[in-house]
Structure formats: C-alpha cells, structure tokens
Design a protein around this ligand. Sequence first.
Ligand code: MOS
Length: 710
Amino acid sequence: MTTVTTSTAGTTGSVGAAHARLEGRDKVTGAARYAGEVPFAELAHGWLVLSTITRGRIRSVETGPVLEMPGVLTVLHHGNAPRIDGNYQGMMGPPDPVIQVFQHDRVPHAGWPVALVVAETSEQAREAAESLVVRYEEEPHDVVFGAGSPGAYVPDSETPTEKGDVEAELASSAVVVDAEYTTPEEHHSAMEPHAAMARWDSGRLEVVDSNQGSMWVASELAKLFSLDPGAVRVRSEHVGGAFGAKGIRPHQVCAVMAATVLHRPVRVVLTRRQTFSLVGYRSPTAQRVRLGADADGRLRAVDHQALSVTSTVHEFLERSADAGRAMYAADALHTVNRLVRVDVPTPTFMRAPGEAPGSFALESALDELAEKCGIDPIALRARNEPAVGPASGLPFSSRNLLACFDEGAARFGWAQRDPRPGIRREGRWLLGTGTAASSFPSGAAPSTASVTAEADGSFTVRITAADVGTGARTALTLIAADALEVAPERIRMKIADSDFGPAMVAGGSMGTRSWAWAVTTAAADLREQLALGGGIPPQGITVRADTGAAVQALTQKERHSFGAQFAEVAVDVTSGEVRVRRMLGVFAAGRIVNPLTARSQFIGGMTWGLSMALHEEAVRDQASGGHVGADLAGYHFAAHADVPPIEAAWVEDPDPDDPVGIKGIGEIGIVGAAAAIANAVWHATGVRHRNLPIRPDRVLQAGTAAHGAG
Ligand code: MOS
C-alpha cells in the first residue's frame, strides 16, 4: 500500500472560471476520432437503401445482380434479416418503428429503410446500394399538413390547460389579439451525420456510436435483440452535434444485424440526405394564439392552440402550446396541443422541443398586444409577471425574467427606442428592433457516477455522460475539481461508456445538471472516506453514487430558466432580404459552470433562432411525398455571413435546490430568438410576419406599411 498525499485543501473556484474545452485541441487537429472514423480490423461497411415510394408494399428486392458486384458481402432486407423485438417500453416509451428495420414489407413513408448492402469498402457498398433494384406496389399517400388538416386530435399524452373561462374573459377584454402563426418542418442537421460500428467480442456486443446517451442506446439494443443488458456495451467518445436526433436510430440496428450475420465488425454511416428521413425532425406547426387584455395591458385571457404532425406508425407530439404555461399571469389560461397523422416520417425532439416554435407564436402575439395597447413590450411583460406558476399554481424555484429584461434593455439601448414602426430608413434598408421573452423547463434526472482516488494523487471520474459538443466533459471536470477541492488537472474524466452505469442522456437541458449531481455526491462520499486516513491502495479507492433518491425528493416547484432576447434588423425594401444586425440574449439559467462554453451554448441557440426566423424550411413535395433538396444546399441554414455579432450574458440565478446551483442551458438560447427577430421586422416595416421563415419573397409580397419612411 502506497501512501501519498491526498490533501485536498484550498483548491476551489474552478466552477465559474472560463476553461478551454479539454478535447478542443484534439478536435481541431483531427486527433479526436468520431464514430465513423475509428479504425477496426476486418471492418465491413453497410450502406442503407431507402424507399423511393411514400406508401405501399415492397414486392421484391432484386439482390442477385448486386451480390455479384465487387466486394459485396450481403444484402439484408425484410426477406432475410434477423428478427428483432420492437414491442417494448424504452426510455422514451415505445420505439419509433423506423428502428425496427427490415421486419415486414410495408412502407409507411418516404425514405423508409428497405435494405442494407454490406461490402468490403464503403465505396463498394454505396455503388451496390445505388444499383439495387427494389420493386414496390405503390398506394396513394397524403403528406399535406396545415391549420385546416382534417383528423386533428388531442393525443393521450396531452393534458390541456383549462384555467378560468377564456371565452368570457376575451369577451370582456378591451383589447384582443387573435392571430395564426406557422413554422415549417425543420431539421437538426448535426455537422456529424449518424454513424455506428458494431462487433461481437467474446459474446458481448460492442458498439461505437455517435449518440446522446450510450446507456440509452445500449438498453434499446438489448431489448431489440433480446440480449442481457450486461452483454451490450456502447461508447460515444466524441459527438459532432446531436440536438435531439441522436438516440436509437436505424444505423445502430443495421450495424448490429450485419455484424451478427457476417461475424465481423460492420459500420453504417448515414449520408446527409438519409438523415432527412431517418433521424427525426421538428414537426411543422400551425398555432392560434388569442390574448385578451385590459386597456393597460393586464392580461385577462391567454389561449394557445397548437397543431403539429406525426406519422401513421408512431406518435410524437411537438408541445408548442406549453410555451406559455409558465409565462404570464392571466385570469383565464387555455393551452392545447393537437396532432394530425399523415404519411411522413415521425418527428422527434429538436432543440427546445415545443418551446422553440411555441415561443415564436406566443411572443409574437405579446408584441402585437403591446402595439395594440400602446405599451412598451417589456413593460407589458412586467405588468403580467405572475406570483406563482400560471398553469401549475406552484411557486417558482427562482424567476428572474425581469432582471434579464432590465439588464438586456440597458445593454441593448432599449430606452432610446421609438416604438413607431416603419420610420427608420438607411438607404434602401428599413431598420427595427424587437424583443421577446425566453423560457425553458429546468430539471434533473437520476444518474450514477463513480470517483476513484488513485494512488498517484489523481482522481478518475466515470459517468455515462455524453458531450455532444456542449463542453459537458469540461464542465464536469470543473465540477469534480471543486467537489474534491483539487485543481482540474488532477481529474481524469471518463464519459460516454455504457459500462459506467445508468445516467441521464444529454437532453432536455438536463444532462450536465444531472451528471454534476452524481459526480458531486460521489466526490463528497470519497472525501469522507479519505478523511478517515489509511492511505490509498494501488488499485485506488472507488466510491459510487446514485442520485435516484435525492432527485425524487425534490419538492414540487415550477422550475424554469428564463431569458430576454433582443434583435436589430435591417430589411431591404427592394429585395425583401432581412439582415440581422445584432442580437443580445440575457439569461437567468442557474449557476454558469464554464462561462466560455456556456456563452457558446447560448449564442449557438440564438444563431439557430436566427436561422429559424429567416432561413430554415424543409419542403415536402406533395406528389412524391419526399423532400425537395434534402441536403445542406436545399435546406438553407444560417452561415457565417448571415450571423451578426451576438452577445450572450446572464444574471445571477443559482438554483436553490441543486448541489451546484445549475439549471441547464442547452436549449433556452433558441427560445424567443425567432420572435425577437420577427418583432424587429415588424418594427422595421410595419408588417407582421406570422409565417416562418421570413423569406425575401414573403417580405416583398407583404410589402411595408405606408408610414412614409425616409
Ligand atoms: Mo434535446 S431536443 O433535449 O436533445
């Protein structure tokens, strides 16, 4: 037994100080390997073939000619693929049937997986996959979605909010806003497309993947393939963006099937085009918002009704109408989310699911109400600040929305703003500014972690966290350093390996908070053990923590982060182009662990909000049922030239019930950003744009209000 100094006195303050990403150098030099580029001996390559029809049956898969092609090892399809069991409750409920690949001959939407060609090289697999002839029996399809879509229903998963008498309050309101808003189908477009390698190793299934939760993927694979959970190991060391799309998806299932059939490692990488059909997306929405207020802006009624789409094979609900449940005091509050089913792929979680499109509608409507009441938009929000959660009636854990607006207004120069629309002109540009509130739920989920005091004085932390580009690995290192009262350099942070045990996924803005809780708990227990003395054996001293009971014991409160978004735009009256000139977001989102990466999270979300406001729109062709331009040329999102200086700041807002004070910051940056821009476009032009994206043709068609600008 070696005795080393384990003095941990006096080193704190890592949390809250800017720290560069631990793996940053490896990423920019290419040393960091992503799932699609980790080398394996004997690796074979699978290439997916997707349906070219939107609805019908597969009549035949003509494998003969393809099997003769160079390097081709096998073609898996519904006629020969291993049987799997999709009849289970996963972490997110029953799985989207798109992951139950090759189990039957039905095609329920365009881009449905119909075959996997496996070959010695990726190029051979692709060549063969593109040559594979699949014959179909086509049936008529319907992919049309809109406010008038027939068959809208309230799904079982939805509980509408019904507080007070909305119709009566609207009838007695001095001012009423009643408007419809739409947002289009939007895609995650992670820089790194999905990729997974699967192999069998001494009776264990090993998967190297790109995901948001290695334990999540491991447990779903175990259920699908009827394996003992301990017989599956999934790792996901580096992830090039996820945003809700990187859970269990067809590529992992295909890789496992092929590895099982061929008895060798198989990798499946999705193409950019395939991600448009296979990994989920944000549903288009059609929303109606009705606000009723007294002449001074005090809200009497808020009614938010949202419609979104799902597939015919699975139910996913984009909860846009939830956006206002924690926002404003009103005598009557009604919110409801409805769905229609058509022949499209199933949507899924995408950064700030619900809140992103919902806040566009609600926060645009607030701006319309401010205009009608002749009240400053910030003053209107202050006037309707609730004492308790408007829908829940629960106290807020902390609510610093107005502090965000105060700080934001001062930084942005809001006080000098002339509220009149359409009166600022600079050459052919009309100028305007806008604001919107932002909010996202804050939560924690049970996680496990272990911390080992090594004989050499360092510490090893193991947790099935995922760093999807957020800087979570670095944040957890700072948290562990403070919890152990040592410098971050003495921490070895090991993440993204399902063998480390159950932990929250990188989702719901809950990852870092949930993992930090487990790491700090284990670290505290370890310090108690070390304080007893006795030295450290060669294998170290390991302590495990499980936060299940502590998380369950959290008292009932309305737990949210809040923020204030500001934007300045210029609108070219001759081309209809909207340029965002600057953005500012001020957030009350708990204790900020690493200001450097937190700022990146906020401005990343805000950039996406800009992109959502002006650019992003997946177009589905009604005749074929598939996308037009399913690639990053056809699906435009904001590039460098579109993005102005963006400033993100925050106010003190530690969560009173979290060991570190964290609330979670992954999603709130996008919330309200599109509304702030749309409100600024109104301020510039005098015209309300209620349909995203605010494309040049829409701006030209709508024109500008005749305010005699100039
Ligand atoms: Mo996120 S949409 O919670 O991965």
